[in-house]
Design a protein around this ligand. Structure first.
Ligand SMILES: Cc1cc2nc3c(=O)[nH]c(=O)nc-3n(C[C@H](O)[C@H](O)[C@H](O)COP(=O)(O)OP(=O)(O)OC[C@H]3O[C@@H](n4cnc5c(N)ncnc54)[C@H](O)[C@@H]3O)c2cc1C
Length: 389
């Protein structure tokens, strides 16, 4: 254990790791064969989360959340990332900003039920023509009486199938904030909200449907934080998600290194274990080195967030952690497939599954190219000493 994690964080890490090893990993193959059942298994993970303070772990304890620090959440995500097929997703993590800005009505109707896990949601930002460029969204909010009429077609709405409401991002079409971003709570059952289709993806642990919002009326009380351009909150959510993606990628890489190492030690080719061939050793050594670098970046960024470091600096550091860890996980998965040889190409092999599943980590919550743009902008504005000194 080379990183100086506090004892309490080590204890949390051990607890989640035990759950992942004993409950989540043994279910991977069944989840691979039957994705729907795999998604249902997560009910058991929720029981574990409830018993161990991992439900709504982003939110304060006083409100029923887990009240975990960013470092603790990174550690939990890392352990969860060690299982394929989403079986390690033994926690919930609603956006933290909600409790800062939600009105009493919004707390009661959407946020508290999220904490209690009686309601679920999708954060609907992306559209057919607007992914990397969030500012290009065409969804609109037009004032009507004491409320708004929402229109927009939202893609990749993770959580939208099982959840029953959306955090819907649009731009004001009129009024004093015309052209600014806004977030609304929208119940899925509201007139005008329809499921367009549920495409298949490279992974099967979750689905990401397309939803149409056509002339959906919501009262003004559904508008989240009316005073502020909502990109502030979406950026906060991106920072959090990017860091947690980095953490899960570390978990995936750690598992892959363990599995590939164990295999290399026992697989005999040309009369000796392949672990004795330098070509194999080099792949494992590179993987190990890159994992350590990714983990240091992830933990340090989480600690900086816990210390309340300058948000602009942290913004670039979350991008660096996500960029490096997600690209690292892709390389490690690719090497693991190679080390397993033909077995690595079989779906029953962990390397095959991670090879497919970590691919999205270079895309969602901002592609690798977008992370590089953010990092370069941070470098130009603040300099390398500030970002990495
Ligand atoms: C499984 C999955 C789940 C998702 N869940 C959600 C969700 O819950 N809610 C949500 O709102 N969205 C979600 N997304 C959307 C995701 O965030 C976007 O797919 C992502 O931000 C990229 O947007 P895009 O797909 O439109 O790609 P595009 O923006 O069309 O980009 C296409 C390519 O162009 C590159 N590119 C774009 N601009 C530049 C540039 N300036 N310089 C260099 N290269 C550039 C990109 O890096 C990419 O390689 C999800 C996506 C996936 C795959």
């Amino acid at each position: 254990m080379s990183y100086p994690l506090p004892d309490t964080v080590r204890a949390l890490q051990a607890k989640v790791r035990k759950f992942v090893d004993e409950v989540a990993i043994p279910r991977e193959l069944e989840a691979e064969a039957n994705p729907e059942a795999g998604r249902e298994f997560r009910a058991e993970a929720k029981a574990f989360a409830t018993a161990n303070g991992l439900m709504a772990m982003t939110l304060p304890k006083e409100l029923g959340g887990g009240g975990l620090s960013f470092l603790e959440q990174a550690v939990v995500n890392e352990q969860g990332g060690r299982a394929t097929n989403g079986q390690g997703w033994c926690y919930t993590s609603p956006p933290r900003f909600l409790v800062e800005v939600a009105s009493p009505h919004q707390m009661k109707t959407w946020v508290k039920p999220l904490i209690d896990n009686t309601r679920g949601y999708a954060y609907a930002i992306t559209e057919e023509g607007a992914g990397s460029d969030v500012d290009a969204i065409e969804a609109t909010a037009t004032t009507k009486g004491n409320g708004y009429v929402l229109n927009g077609l939202k893609w990749h709405a993770t959580g939208g199938a099982s959840g029953d409401f959306f955090i819907f991002q649009a731009k004001f079409a009129d009024g004093p904030h015309q052209g600014e971003h806004a977030l609304f709570f929208v119940d899925k059952a509201t007139d005008g909200v329809t499921l367009v289709r549920t495409p298949d993806y490279m992974h099967t642990h979750s689905v990401h449907p397309i939803f149409d919002f056509k002339d959906v009326f919501v009262p003004a009380e559904n508008l989240i934080d009316p005073e502020i351009d909502a990109m502030k909150w979406t950026h906060e959510w991106f920072r959090y998600e990017r860091l947690m993606i980095a953490a899960r990628c570390c978990g995936a890489a750690a598992r892959l290194i363990d599995e590939a190492t164990a295999f290399a030690k026992q697989r005999i080719v040309y009369g000796k274990p392949i672990a004795e061939y330098q070509a194999i050793q080099f792949m494992l050594a590179d993987s190990m080195t890159e994992l350590w670098a990714s983990r240091l970046m992830t933990y340090q960024t989480a600690e900086a967030m816990d210390r309340g470091a300058d948000v602009k600096v942290v913004h670039a550091q979350c991008s660096m952690a996500k960029l490096y860890a997600s690209e690292m996980a892709g390389r490690v998965a690719d090497r693991a497939v190679q080390i397993f040889g033909g077995r690595g190409y079989m779906s029953e092999n962990v390397a095959n599954r991670f090879y497919r599943e970590v691919r999205v980590d270079r895309i969602w919550e901002g592609t690798s190219e977008i992370q590089r743009i953010i990092i370069a902008q941070g470098l130009f504005k603040r300099g390398q000493e500030v970002l990495a000194g």
